[in-house]
Write a protein that binds this ligand. Structure first.
Ligand code: SF4
Ligand code: SF4
Ligand code: SF4
Length: 253
């Protein structure tokens, strides 16, 4: 959740966010660029915590905040040349962990299918590398993107946050509907089964209560529609293949 800022701090956070690289890599130790911008706006964070922004970024932040220029804090990493994630599709086992880690939804794939990175969307944040259980993601040097790419990544990340919350709400709704359908089913009237159904209803209610209000996505709606369509096609293809032997439905666990 974003920090609560007064009007002046909000305007300052907007100015700061506008010059951050929007890699969304978390090296600043904040969950994303916007959160780091807000922390600087309230005086909680220093201006030298963003390796992708490097010295040039620190100079811009110094101008905006009025703080003196200081060197990049090495505790947050070093500035590296731009690189894109590449998946070795022959090794990928389709576990989807990289998709869950990607802050800009730059990875396409479905459960048990090979995954691939949309190179034009990848920010080079490297967040997909650590979760991969078979180490099939590597970073490959690429031409530095034009500065305006940052605005696109900001919008992609904003849509990602919107999608994650939407998916959470939809999962909670499905769990609730499934539990309600079983509540009056004669097959589920034994006390232990009823207790499990009530527990599932309580979990669904808790998930709905936890869900943050959805941000409005600001990315091009046509591009989003194309990507959603592609996701649907991949999900339908995965569904046709059916769950592998031994796979269980985790939604109501
Ligand atoms: S690019 Fe990475 S380190 Fe820089 S502000 Fe954004 S999330 Fe933080
Ligand atoms: S594909 Fe990997 S490196 Fe590229 S943006 Fe997504 S998580 Fe970051
Ligand atoms: S985390 Fe690795 S194995 Fe899993 S889907 Fe992504 S690339 Fe494939």
């Amino acid at each position: 959740m974003s920090a609560i800022l007064n009007d002046a701090q909000g305007r300052l956070a907007d100015q700061i966010d506008a010059v951050l690289p929007q890699t969304q890599c978390k090296q600043c130790e904040y969950p994303d660029c916007r959160r780091y911008a807000e922390a600087m706006a309230v005086g909680e964070a220093a201006i030298n915590q963003c390796p992708p922004g490097g010295e040039e970024g620190i100079a811009k932040l110094a101008r905006i905040t009025g703080h003196p220029i200081i060197p990049l804090n090495p505790a947050h990493g070093v500035t590296q040349p731009f690189a894109l994630a590449v998946i070795d599709e022959a090794v990928c086992i389709g576990c989807t962990l990289c998709i869950q880690a990607c802050p800009v939804d730059a990875i396409l794939g479905a459960a048990k299918q090979m995954h691939t990175v949309i190179a034009s969307e990848c920010t080079g944040c490297e967040l997909c590398i650590a979760p991969c259980p078979v180490d099939c993601i590597t970073m490959e040097l690429a031409a530095a993107p034009p500065p305006e790419r940052a605005d696109h990544w900001r919008a992609r990340h904003r849509f990602h946050l919107f999608r994650v919350e939407r998916d959470k709400r939809e999962r909670a709704e499905r769990l609730k509907a499934k539990a309600l359908a079983k509540l009056d089913d004669p097959q589920f009237q034994a006390p232990d089964k009823q207790a499990k159904i009530q527990a599932a209803l309580a979990r669904a209610a808790a998930r709905q209560a936890e869900s943050a209000p959805a941000l409005e996505p600001t990315v091009d709606p046509k591009a989003l529609a194309r990507q959603e369509k592609l996701r649907e096609i991949l999900a339908r293809a995965a569904a046709r293949r059916g769950p592998p032997a031994g796979e269980t439905d985790h939604e109501d666990e």
